[in-house]
Design a protein around this ligand. Structure first.
Ligand SMILES: C[S@@+](CC[C@H](N)C(=O)[O-])C[C@H]1O[C@@H](n2cnc3c(N)ncnc32)[C@H](O)[C@@H]1O
Length: 348
């Protein structure tokens, strides 16, 4: 058990010093304090090993806070209207909430899993679909595998994201694609019609990310209004069957963003093999926003200097082998390729 405590402490240390540092003063301070909190570490050790993740504890507490916004902890969470800077009362307030709602917290910790949907990635899909439409000059059907709630499938209906592109690159988003079908596939689909599903997506927004919360809510409303469906299915097994049912013979764009890391090497091959089968019947392109190293391991040619940069996402299309942009995983920055021989070496 001591080994498990140390492993958990190491996870919180890593979360605080790498992920939260510089991005979330609240999660950075809490991660450091939880290292020495035997009660909270013990609570987490009472859950199955796969559930013992700092991000999951923070999401569970955030979900409880959304239900109980009068709790003192809310004062530290701008997403819940708080304005108080991190101080010595933050950890006591966090601990108090965990004690007051111990039973529901344990239930959440035991039963929930990480579920995010980053609508900023929609701009990558938009860029790539516009690129393909310029080439095909045709309407397109669009599907996302690993779609979560399907927010990226409203890619052409958002006004946010375009600020990432220089003014003189606006033509990269034209023409506006004519989309005939939008379909999401996910192993664990998020149903935006269900308040509890929406609340769980929001629980992964960090305390200081007020703009991200607003963006998520906008994207949720747009996607709900568009009636976009995300059906249950596995990337390695169900894609060909589900996408064979997409009507029409216009080209089909299959998008993945941040999916490859969830798949085993065999499952990645199985996913791509299904696209090959679909391509015997209609034009199919895979649009990806994924880590270059994982793309290289899936057999995609990436510039050698990028293959080690898994902290960035490469945006591109297959089978034409076009690399269109390099972005950070949350697409807060996006650098479009400017010329065919651009190797992104200029991107800091
Ligand atoms: C990090 S999220 C990314 C969601 C969305 N693509 C985005 O960019 O915001 C990864 C998604 O992949 C889904 N997923 C993981 N393994 C999968 C599989 N084998 N088949 C289908 N979906 C899977 C997860 O349920 C989750 O919704």
């Amino acid at each position: 058990m001591d080994g498990e405590v140390e492993r958990l402490r190491a996870l919180f240390e890593l979360f605080g010093t790498t992920q939260a540092a510089g991005r979330s003063p609240v999660y950075e301070a809490l991660s450091a304090a939880i290292l020495d909190d035997a009660e909270l570490l013990g609570l987490m050790l009472g859950t199955p090993p796969v559930q013992r993740k700092p991000s999951l504890l923070f999401a569970c507490v955030n979900a409880l806070l959304a239900e109980h916004p009068d709790e003192p902890l809310a004062a530290y969470y701008p997403t819940h209207g708080g304005r108080r800077d991190v101080d010595g009362q933050l950890m006591p307030a966090f601990r108090a909430l965990c004690r007051t709602y111990r039973d529901p917290l344990v239930t959440l910790l035991r039963t929930r899993s990480t579920q995010t949907n980053e609508p900023r990635r929609a701009i990558a899909l938009h860029l790539a679909v516009s690129h393909l439409v310029r080439k095909w000059n045709s309407p397109v059907a669009v599907a996302e595998v690993g779609a979560s709630a399907g927010l990226n499938l409203s890619f052409d209906r958002y006004t946010f994201g375009t600020e990432l592109l220089d003014g003189d690159l606006e033509d990269l988003l034209s023409p506006t694609p004519q989309v005939t079908t939008r379909l999401g596939i996910d192993a664990h689909p998020v149903d935006l019609r269900e308040p509890v599903h929406r609340a769980w997506l929001e629980a992964f927004v960090w305390p200081e990310q007020v703009d991200d919360l607003a963006m998520l809510r906008t994207a949720t409303n747009v996607t709900l209004a568009g009636g976009i469906r995300v059906v249950a299915g596995d990337a390695a097994r169900d894609v060909e069957r589900l996408l064979s049912a997409v009507p029409g013979d216009e080209p089909l764009v299959v998008f993945t963003a941040s999916l490859l890391s969830y798949l085993t090497p065999d499952d990645r091959s199985a996913f791509l093999a299904q696209l090959d089968v679909l391509a015997r019947r209609r034009t199919v392109a895979w649009v990806f926003a994924e880590a270059p190293g994982l793309l290289a391991r899936a057999g995609i040619e990436v510039p050698p200097e990028l293959a080690g940069r898994n902290s960035s996402y490469l945006v591109g299309t297959q089978p034409d082998g076009e690399l269109l942009a390099l972005a950070d995983p949350y697409v807060r920055r996006l650098a479009p390729r400017r010329t065919p021989d651009d190797d992104f070496a200029w991107v800091p």
